[in-house]
Design a protein around this ligand. Structure first.
Ligand code: ATP
Length: 245
C-alpha cells in the first residue's frame, strides 16, 4: 500500500489554474522532495494534501484511504502531520506548552484551563519525550519569546511529530536558518525513523538533495518530472524550469 497517493489533483483560484492534473505516489518510508521554482504550486499542493484547501478536482489517498472529503483534523487523525513555511506557534506559551497543545490535538482536554493541562504529569512526560527528538528538552519551560528562530523551527517539527504521524509534510524546514542551525535540523531529519514517510519542500539544495530519494518537480502547477534523485537532476527539463525563472 502506498503511503500517499495524489490522483489528477486540480486547484483553481478564480480563473487561475494553480494545480493542474497532478498525480504521484509516495511509498512507505520514502524521503520525497517536492521541487519547483517560486510560484510553481508546492505550498498549494501541501495545503490540498493536508486539507487546508479544498481541491477543485482529483483525489488524495492516505495509506490507501480516500481522504479527499475529510477535514484537516480528520486527515491528521488518519496519520498526516505537517509543518508550515511561516511559523505557527502559540506565542504566549512555553516550549513545552506548545507541544502539549499539539499532543492534545482535538481532544476535549484542549479546552480545559491551560495551567491544569500543562501540569498533567503524563502529558508533560510525553511532551518532554517529543522535545527530546528535536533536542529541545532542556528548554521545555522557556517562553517562546525567549527562543531563537532555529529553536522555533525545531519546535514546529516537534509539534508535527507529537501526534505520531505516518506521513509528514515539511514546508521549508530550513528557511531562514543559519548554517549551524541548518546542520542541526538536517541531522535531526536524518534521524527520523523509517516508519515515517516524509515529503519535503526545501530550497536549500545541498540539504534537500542529500535527503531526497525521489523528487517530484512542479512547474506552473504541473508535474514536470517525477523520478529518482539522479533521474530528476539529469533530466534537461529540470534545468530548463530553473533557468527560465
Ligand atoms: N489563495 C490564493 N489565491 C490566489 N492565488 C493563490 C493563492 N495561493 C496561491 N496562489 C497562487 O498560486 C501560485 C502557486 O503558489 P504557491 O505558494 O503554491 O507556490 P510555491 O511553489 O509554494 O512558491 P514558493 O516556492 O515561492 O513558496 C502562485 O501564483 C500564487 O500566487
Amino acid at each position: 500500500m502506498t503511503a500517499l497517493q495524489v490522483n489528477n489533483l486540480r486547484k483553481s483560484f478564480g480563473g487561475l489554474d494553480v494545480i493542474q492534473d497532478v498525480s504521484f505516489t509516495v511509498e512507505p518510508g520514502e524521503r520525497r522532495l517536492l521541487l519547483g521554482p517560486n510560484g510553481a504550486g508546492k505550498t498549494t499542493l501541501f495545503n490540498l494534501i493536508a486539507g487546508d484547501l479544498r481541491a477543485s478536482g482529483g483525489r488524495i489517498l492516505l495509506q490507501g484511504r480516500d481522504v479527499s472529503a475529510l477535514s484537516t483534523s480528520q486527515r491528521a487523525a488518519c496519520g498526516l502531520g505537517r509543518t508550515f513555511q511561516i511559523l505557527t506557534l502559540f506565542g504566549r506559551e512555553t516550549v513545552l506548552g506548545n507541544v502539549v497543545m499539539a499532543l492534545l490535538g482535538s481532544s476535549p482536554k484542549r479546552w480545559k484551563p491551560f495551567g491544569a493541562v500543562v501540569h498533567d504529569t503524563a502529558l508533560r512526560r510525553r511532551a518532554l519525550s517529543v522535545l527530546a527528538r528535536v533536542k529541545l528538552e532542556g528548554l521545555a519551560d522557556r517562553p517562546i519569546q525567549e527562543t531563537s528562530y532555529g529553536e522555533k523551527r525545531r519546535l514546529e517539527i516537534a509539534m508535527a511529530l507529537a501526534q505520531d504521524p505516518q506521513v509528514l509534510l515539511l514546508d521549508e524546514p530550513l528557511a531562514g536558518l543559519s548554517k549551524e542551525e541548518r546542520g542541526t535540523v538536517s541531522a535531526l531529519l536524518e534521524d527520523l525513523p523509517r516508519s515515517l514517510t516524509i515529503v519535503m519542500i526545501e530550497h536549500d539544495m545541498d540539504v534537500a538533495l542529500a535527503f531526497a530519494e525521489r523528487i517530484a518537480l512542479l512547474n506552473h502547477g504541473r508535474l514536470l518530472v517525477d523520478g529518482t534523485r539522479d533521474e530528476v537532476i539529469a533530466d534537461p527539463r529540470t534545468r530548463e524550469a530553473y533557468l527560465a525563472q
